[in-house]
Design a binder for this molecule. Structure first.
Ligand SMILES: *Cc1c(COP(=O)(O)O)cnc(C)c1O
Length: 355
């Protein structure tokens, strides 16, 4: 590739690789943790109502109506809430706004692979803390001596949740630096750190409507934290893009957070399917970690991850696999689909381990 006209800043930048979104044929798509259920009918109605004359006008740069709905949902004030164009963008703004050059940000070696990309992009120093053999987090290695902490809870791609008491331990030992908790999957079974926001002005919780509210296609993410810290994120946002959320996304996000009943119903189905799939795969000899997310992390002792992933793909099912670090290359990260998606998955897995 000719990088002649690329800034010196990005000559060696390695971007994040998102999961495949195939267009050539129909797959059962279990590779990007999308919700298998459609958004709430109330969300679709809100989008239709927003899709009118008003689209010629800029959206509300402060997302006040959406922040009001989120404030009500979480028992916070709107000043404690920041909304952005998907949580990837919110995370990026947080990294830029909260972490300082020359100070080392720490996060696990096995976690959301976007974190090292942000630190590289913004020229931040970072250290990756190796997870224990069983993929649990060695919390004692995060207790001070750093310039900030990032924890994904439940963690991706392992699905393991950290108890709130452990998050509290991390916050108590890092009172002088920001602690970011990425709760993209928290609604599927982890204890949220939101109740600790009052007590810890260094805490920022980042969430998304992509997974739990079936809105990956609308790009709605948000950060929750102390008003001073949120103002810092706004300062960066207003130095970059004043209107990150468009009118349709604002309407969709607000309707989604207000329709608790639909959310709880779909979440319950996903969690039940997760438990059923875990059990079925274990019966086929897979080693499946207990998951608190809308995906499972599994391997088979006699099959390589590569061969399982390809076998599934050949039979119309996409799952995700990571080559790095090496110790997870034989694991598959399998999103929880509908009950019938997962029956199809288990059937193909049975064939693959029989061969
Ligand atoms: C999916 C995901 C995100 C990003 O979600 P958006 O679609 O950008 O809102 C952030 N963090 C983790 C851990 C994720 O898995």
């Amino acid at each position: 590739m000719n990088k002649k006209f690329w800034s010196s800043r990005i000559q060696s930048l390695v971007p994040y690789t998102p999961g495949e979104q195939p267009k050539d044929r129909v797959f059962i798509k279990l590779n990007t943790n999308e919700n298998p259920y459609p958004p709430s009918p109330k969300v679709l109605q809100a989008i239709q109502e927003a899709a009118g004359d008003a689209l010629r006008l800029y959206p509300d740069p402060e997302a006040q109506s959406l922040r009001g709905a989120l404030a009500e949902y979480y028992g916070l004030t709107p000043e404690q809430i920041f909304c952005g164009n998907g949580s990837d963008e919110v995370l990026g703004l947080c990294f830029y706004a909260l972490f300082s050059p020359g100070r080392t940000v720490v996060f696990p070696d096995i976690t959301y692979s976007f974190y090292p990309v942000y630190t590289e992009l913004f020229g931040l120093d970072y250290q990756q803390i190796p997870l224990n053999e069983d993929f649990s987090l060695p919390v004692e290695k995060l207790l001070g001596g750093n310039g900030g902490v990032v924890v994904c809870n439940p963690n991706a791609p392992t699905g393991q949740a950290l108890p709130l008491a452990e998050i509290r331990r991390i916050l108590e030992a890092n009172r002088e630096v920001p602690v970011l908790v990425d709760e993209a999957y928290a609604e599927f079974g982890a204890q949220s750190a939101v109740p600790l926001i009052e007590e810890f002005p260094n805490l920022v919780v980042v969430r998304t409507m992509s997974k739990d509210r079936s809105l990956a296609g609308m790009r709605v993410g948000y950060a929750l934290g102390n008003a001073g810290l949120i103002a810092g994120i706004n300062c960066v946002k207003n130095s970059f893009n004043s209107y990150p959320l468009d009118r349709l996304a604002l309407a969709a996000g607000e309707a989604a957070i207000r329709d608790k009943e639909y959310f709880e119903e779909t979440r319950e189905k996903i969690m039940q399917t997760r438990e059923k799939t875990t059990k079925a795969l274990r019966e086929l000899g897979f080693l499946v970690h207990d998951s608190s997310a809308n995906f499972i992390f599994a391997r088979h002792p006699e099959k390589s991850g590569k061969e399982l992933q390809q076998g599934l793909r050949d039979r119309g099912i996409l799952v995700r696999r990571f080559d790095k670090p090496e110790r997870i290359q034989d694991h598959l990260r399998i999103s929880i689909g509908t009950a019938s998606d997962m029956e199809a998955l288990c059937q193909v897995c049975a064939e693959l381990v029989r061969d």
